[in-house]
Design a protein around this ligand. Structure first.
Ligand SMILES: NC(=O)c1ccc[n+]([C@@H]2O[C@H](COP(=O)([O-])OP(=O)(O)OC[C@H]3O[C@@H](n4cnc5c(N)ncnc54)[C@H](OP(=O)(O)O)[C@@H]3O)[C@@H](O)[C@H]2O)c1
Length: 269
């Protein structure tokens, strides 16, 4: 029998840690598989997805810039991916691709690992892009006392409040209008760190003992971590654990078993 094939698609994609993560999951689970990184230009996305299906790929991870566009090319899309308006995992069906989004689940699992409670807490999300859309549903379901989304572009949080109103209440804000508010958990879902930036925020946003989590990792997580430490955050964490957890959720969707994440995360650190 031929070995099951998987890949991550994106542009650029050569930097992706997914091939390494999935190779270790497979080894630890005693599963034989191939996992590649495949660069795809946006204008070739539809054709290449058809080709990869015809070539027998069993599953794909999707990274930037394709997460939103892929949704429209799927035969079916899970409810959580529909709400997020973004797909990061494709599961093969006989006739096409089913789209799902494991980012929110990955975040919630990593927060649980780190002992960062959401239930009953005042939670602030910075940023209102694709990653924010992926995590809002699971965060609302975790029962925060308050969930605020603030963003540079003031219209996007308003749109998100409307989009998620059936799941739970979300308070839209601009960064400036956060003045006077205090939060127990602050989650950075902006991409500002990739250009060495940090959103401009009013002082005093962190309640005593507040925990700060950045979806970014590596150098991109440094500006937020520096801000959080200056604001005396009790806990400062990056998104490498989320990356591994969302990958484990994809692996589980494809192969029906959840790999251990701790050894893979330790290896990446
Ligand atoms: N750990 C993981 O597994 C994981 C998974 C998914 C994403 N991520 C990370 O999450 C981050 C966001 O990704 P995304 O897909 O949501 O990107 P995106 O859709 O492009 O959204 C970017 C967001 O960042 C904001 N932003 C960008 N530069 C800014 C600046 N200089 N100041 C203030 N706000 C700024 C944007 O605000 P405007 O709307 O005002 O432009 C927008 O809200 C990335 O760093 C990505 O690597 C991590």
């Amino acid at each position: 029998m031929s070995v099951a094939r998987f890949a991550v698609i994106g542009q650029p994609v050569s930097h992706s840690k997914s091939p390494r993560i999935h190779a270790q999951f497979a080894q630890d689970c005693g599963v034989e598989l191939q996992y590649q990184a495949i660069e795809i230009e946006p204008r070739q996305l539809a054709d290449r997805l058809r080709e990869l299906h015809a070539q027998g790929y069993a599953g794909l991870n999707v990274t930037l810039p394709h997460k939103a566009a892929v949704a429209a090319l799927c035969e079916s899309v899970s409810e959580r991916a529909q709400l997020a308006g973004a797909v990061n995992c494709l599961i093969r069906t006989d006739t096409g691709w089913r789209g799902d989004n494991t980012d929110g689940e990955g975040l919630l699992r990593d927060l649980a690992r780190l002992g960062i409670e959401i239930n009953g807490q005042r939670v602030l999300i910075l940023g209102a892009g694709g990653a924010a859309r992926g995590i809002i549903g699971p965060l609302l379901e975790a029962g925060p006392k308050l969930l605020v989304v603030s963003n540079r572009n003031p219209w996007k949080p308003e749109d998100l409040a409307e989009r998620f109103k059936a799941v739970g209440p979300l308070v839209p804000r601009t960064h400036l209008a956060l003045k006077g508010d205090a939060f127990d958990v602050v989650i950075n879902a902006t991409s500002a760190g990739h250009s060495g930036d940090m959103p401009r925020l009013p002082p005093g946003l962190l309640a005593a003992g507040a925990k700060c989590y950045d979806l970014s990792y590596g150098i991109a997580s440094e500006p937020f971590a520096n801000w959080a430490r200056k604001q005396s955050a009790a806990v400062v964490e990056d998104g490498l654990g989320m990356l591994v957890e969302q990958a484990a959720s994809s692996f589980e969707l494809w192969l029906g078993q959840r790999p251990q994440t701790a050894p893979v995360l330790a290896g990446l650190r």
